[in-house]
Structures are given as structure tokens and as C-alpha cells.
Design a protein around this ligand. Structure first.
Ligand SMILES: Cc1ncc(COP(=O)(O)O)c(C=O)c1O
Length: 371
């Protein structure tokens, strides 16, 4: 069976094991120099110094909402076409998620719908780059500026994607990435928060660890560090074990993204003009890193069963969030783009484990139109 997702590990596993052995023997496995080194490398990749390594993307999203001051009575305009990790943190702040519609051709939040949903309680616009395909960031940030709102990008799918020649992660107030097991590369579990603004960054560094500025605390004469906690924080930091795995994997990221893009370009070419398949829209000013390769198909359930019989896993990956009971009290009517996209979209394997043979198998199964 060709899997839908696969954990990435370098072929020579010693590249991960050797530094891990060193760190395990070093006597320091908590947050330390490895995390700082990992943050530095991610910062160079994204082109921003304000990088905070955390234990998950979900934590990064929760921290970003906190830095935006979101709380009871506020509204966050968001998309339902995502992992529940995008929207549960909103509910946990006590704020209301307000569903904007998505573009049926991409699955991404629609700027026009965002505009329609803005009210006096709106504080933040939350966007998700579906499968890695960048949202309309210029339009979204222009709307935010016009109305004095913050923008949080959920970039869990978008390591290495580009919008207008700039890597995703440096366009908005906050960007949140995931290094969970099956993302482009992994630290086991982990997340990255990118802050545009240095004040947010300094606050995030302290809020990630109980509200303590760990790097600037001083030891007193009793042999313990002294601090004053001025606001309560979380225990969200990354540890040196996760960072060590991340540092061993990170050099492969460009190659992993290129492999996904090469497979996707091949699929794009092969799936043109198939009556039962609709390709997603693509614009020349942006490039997906294809955590997901998504198509829209007629009779999706039959398609998934058919592909499974052919030895190919396919999946919708995320179900629209607004249908979960926890969101039952929030208006989810009039979302025509979401209805259309969420009914027909399905993802096929596209990652580095899809080599030439697997790719051919997927192409011939889909081209047969036999479902
Ligand atoms: C869109 C999106 N956001 C957030 C997350 C959560 O990431 P993490 O598991 O690192 O918290 C995921 C995980 O799959 C995701 O797909």
C-alpha cells in the first residue's frame, strides 16, 4: 500500500542517532543550546530573527492568540477547512470563532468573505495555507491594516512554500509551523512561532516557560536563579532531544520540498482534462510545498475505495471543523465555497516516499477514471 503520510528519517539513521546519543549522555536534555541552534537555523531559512521553538504548532497558535490579547468577548475570523488544532485554541481563549468562507478552487480562506465578517469585536484573522498553497496574503494583510487587526498564519502545511518570492513565515504578524511526526520534516513533536515584532518575540520567550525570562535570569547567593513573574505563562518550550532530531533533519528540507513539488508537477500534467477530476487553482505569484496534493473528484467515497483496492491510500486529511459539536453554537451558514470544497476534495500521496514507480501507479489508477 502506498501510504498517505510517512515519517521522514535520513537514510543513514546514524545522522540522527549520533548527535542524539551525545545529547542523551550530556546530562542536559531540557531546553538548551540545541534549541537555540535550531531556532537560529530556522531563522536563517525564514529570514526572520524572531523565532521561538515550542512543543507543538498548537502551542504556537495558542501563544500567538495570547500575544494578540484575544479573550472572552472577542471574535477571531478563521477558516473551518483545517485541522481542529487551528480552531480549538480560539475556543479555549473564550473568544468566538467566526467562519469565513473558503475559495472553492484552493480551500484557502477568501479575503472577500473575511471583509464581510469583520465586526466591532473582531481582533484577529487566522489563515491556513491548505496543503501548503499560500493564501492571498497581501489582500488579507491589507484588510487587517485597514481595520487594526492582527494576522496569524497557521503554516503547519507550508514549510518552504513561497508567496511573491518570499518564503512563507515572514509576511504577517505571526506564523506558526509544525514539526509533528508526519510534517515535511520532524522533531517527533514540535512547533515554531515566528513573530514579526520584537516586543511580541521577547514576550513569547518568557510566556513559553511560566512567564520566566530564562536566558536573562541571574543566580543569587543561594545558588538558585532569581526572577519575578509578571504574567503567567505556559510550559510550551521545545527540549534539546527534539531540537537535536530537528537539526539532523533540517538540512534535508529543501530536497524534501523539491521532491513533493516534482511529484505534484507531474500529477498536474497527467491529470489535465480528466472528466471526473478537477485540479486546484494555482497562481504564478506563489508556490506550494505540497504537504498535501489535493484534487476534487466526483463520487469521492467510490474514489477512495477504488484507490485503496489499487493499493493507494487517499484521504481528506481534515474534516471541516464547523460540523464538530464544540462549534455547534457558531453560525456556519452561507459558506458555499466551503460546502463545495469540503464535499469533493481528496488528497493523494505526494511525499518523498512516492518515487517514479509509485507515481506511475497513482497516475494510472486516477487516469483510468474507473471509480
Ligand atoms: C493546519 C494544521 N494546524 C495545526 C496543526 C497542529 O500541529 P501540531 O501537531 O504540531 O500541534 C496541524 C497538524 O496536523 C495542522 O494540520
Amino acid at each position: 500500500m502506498i501510504p498517505m503520510h510517512k515519517v521522514f528519517m535520513p537514510e543513514n539513521i546514524e545522522e540522527v542517532i549520533d548527535p542524539l546519543r551525545e545529547i542523551l549522555k550530556s546530562g542536559w536534555i531540557g531546553e538548551g543550546n540545541k534549541v537555540l541552534e535550531f531556532e537560529k537555523q530556522i531563522g536563517e531559512f525564514i529570514g526572520c530573527r524572531n523565532i521561538v521553538a515550542l512543543n507543538s504548532c498548537t502551542s504556537a497558535l495558542q501563544l500567538a492568540l495570547r500575544l494578540c490579547g484575544v479573550g472572552v468577548g472577542d471574535e477571531v475570523i478563521t477558516t473551518a477547512m483545517t485541522c481542529m488544532a487551528t480552531n480549538e485554541p480560539i475556543v479555549l481563549t473564550g473568544a468566538t470563532p467566526v467562519w469565513a468562507d473558503v475559495q472553492p478552487g484552493t480551500g484557502n480562506i477568501d479575503p472577500e468573505s473575511i471583509r464581510e465578517k469583520i465586526g466591532i469585536r473582531t481582533k484577529v484573522i487566522m489563515v491556513v495555507h491548505w496543503g501548503g498553497y499560500p493564501c492571498d496574503l497581501d489582500e488579507i494583510n491589507a484588510i487587517a491594516q485597514e481595520h487594526g487587526l492582527k494576522v496569524i498564519e497557521d503554516c503547519a502545511h507550508a514549510w518552504g512554500s513561497k508567496y511573491k518570492d518570499k518564503i512563507i513565515g515572514c509576511h504577517s504578524d505571526f506564523a506558526c509551523f509544525s514539526t509533528q511526526a508526519i510534517k515535511h520534516f520532524t522533531t517527533g513533536d514540535g512547533g515554531i512561532l515566528v513573530c514579526k515584532n520584537s516586543e511580541d518575540y521577547e514576550r513569547a520567550r518568557s510566556l513559553k516557560w511560566f512567564g520566566i525570562d530564562r536566558e536573562h535570569r541571574h543566580e543569587n547567593n543561594l545558588g538558585v536563579a532569581e526572577w519575578d513573574i509578571v504574567e503567567a505563562g505556559y510550559k510550551f518550550h521545545m527540549n534539546d532531544i527534539a531540537a537535536t532530531i530537528g537539526l539532523a533533519q533540517f538540512p534535508y528540507l529543501d530536497d524534501l520540498v523539491t521532491k513533493r513539488q516534482t511529484n505534484a508537477a507531474y500529477f498536474d500534467e497527467c491529470f489535465q482534462n480528466l472528466p471526473k477530476v478537477e485540479l486546484l487553482n494555482q497562481s504564478d505569484d506563489r508556490k506550494s510545498s505540497y504537504w498535501l496534493y489535493t484534487i476534487k473528484v466526483q463520487d469521492r467515497e467510490r474514489f477512495i475505495k477504488f484507490m485503496s483496492h489499487k493499493g493507494i491510500s487517499t484521504s481528506i486529511v481534515h474534516a471541516r471543523n464547523d460540523k464538530h459539536s464544540i462549534f455547534a453554537n457558531y453560525n456556519s451558514t452561507g459558506l458555499k465555497g466551503l460546502d463545495d470544497f469540503s464535499k469533493s476534495m481528496v488528497c493523494v500521496p505526494v511525499g518523498q516516499w512516492v518515487g517514479a514507480d509509485e507515481r506511475e501507479k497513482i497516475v494510472w489508477a486516477i487516469k483510468s477514471q474507473d471509480w
